[in-house]
Design a protein around this ligand. Structure first.
Ligand code: SAM
Length: 232
C-alpha cells in the first residue's frame, strides 16, 4: 500500500507532454536516433500493431469502412494504418503533444479525411464505434483503474474491443523487480503489470467475450493482446 495517493493520470499526462513525448515519438518512428533498448521496444511495438492489423485484414472490418476509436492513440501508430485501409478512425490521447504529432503524420500521409485526432482522456471519449482499440495504455494504471477503463471503453464499442497490456507473470514481475523492464534514463512512469484474469474479468463484466489473443515479447517489450466481442 502507498503512503501517499498517487495521481497516475496527471503524472502520465505531464510525462507524455514532455520527456515522454520526446522519447516515445522517436521510438514510434521508422527512423530517428534510438539506443538499442529503444530499438528493441520499437520493434516489439511494431509487432503488436501488425498483429492487430492482421486480425483486421483477416475480417475485412477496416476495408469495409467500419468505425474505430483508438483510445490513447499516441502518435497514431495504429490509427494511421487503420485509416489507410479504409477505416473511419476517431483517435484521441490524453497528451496534446502526442495528438499533435499524430495529426501531423496523418496529414503527411494524406489520411486526414479518414482519421480525426483530439486531446481527450479515454474516460471522456464520445460516440459509439464498431471497434474500440486501446494499445499499451493500461500499463500506466493500477488494476482498479484498468477495470474502470475497460468498463468505460466497452460502453463505446458496438462490436468489439482490442486491448493490450503488460502481463503479470512471474517472469515479467521478476524482470520488473530487477529494473530491466522499461529501463532507460531515470525519468519514466510507473509501470503496472496486469493479470490476464483481471482483464478478462473486466471484459466479461462489461458484456464482452474473449475472441482472440496474441502475445509479443522481445527483450524489453511485452504486450498481451486481446480481442473481445460484444455478447449477443
Ligand atoms: N496506443 C499508442 C500506440 O500503441 O502506439 C500509444 C501507446 S503509449 C505507450 C501510451 C499512450 O497512452 C500515451 O500516448 C499516453 O499519453 C496515453 N494515455 C495514457 N493515459 C491515458 C488516458 N487516461 N487517456 C487517454 N490516453 C492516455
Amino acid at each position: 500500500p502507498r503512503a501517499v495517493a498517487v495521481d497516475d493520470k496527471a503524472e502520465v499526462e505531464e510525462y507524455f507532454n514532455n520527456e515522454g513525448f520526446n522519447r516515445w515519438s522517436r521510438i514510434y518512428s521508422d527512423d530517428g536516433e534510438v539506443n538499442t533498448v529503444q530499438l528493441d521496444i520499437r520493434e516489439g511495438h511494431a509487432q503488436t500493431v501488425d498483429k492487430v492489423l492482421g486480425w483486421v485484414d483477416a475480417d475485412g472490418s477496416a476495408k469495409r469502412g467500419e468505425t474505430f476509436a483508438d483510445a490513447g492513440c499516441g502518435v497514431g501508430s495504429l490509427s494511421l494504418p487503420l485509416a489507410q485501409r479504409g477505416a473511419k478512425v476517431t483517435a484521441s490521447d490524453i497528451s496534446a503533444a502526442m495528438v499533435e504529432e499524430a495529426a501531423k503524420r496523418a496529414t503527411k500521409a494524406g489520411l486526414s479525411d479518414r482519421a480525426s485526432f483530439s486531446t481527450s482522456d479515454l474516460e471522456n471519449i464520445e460516440g459509439k464505434y464498431d471497434t474500440v482499440t486501446c494499445i499499451d495504455v493500461m500499463i500506466h494504471y493500477p488494476q482498479d483503474k484498468m477495470a474502470q477503463m475497460v468498463q468505460g471503453l466497452a460502453q463505446k464499442a458496438d462490436k468489439r474491443l482490442i486491448i493490450s497490456f503488460a502481463p503479470d507473470t512471474w517472469y515479467y514481475r521478476a524482470l520488473k523487480s530487477f529494473g530491466e523492464l522499461f529501463p532507460g534514463p531515470s525519468k519514466t512512469t510507473r509501470a503496472y503489470l496486469h493479470s490476464e484474469e483481471a482483464v478478462v474479468d473486466a471484459l466479461n463484466a462489461a458484456g464482452f467475450e474473449l475472441a482472440r489473443t496474441e502475445m509479443t515479447g522481445t527483450k524489453f517489450y511485452f504486450s498481451r493482446l486481446l480481442e473481445a466481442k460484444k455478447r449477443a
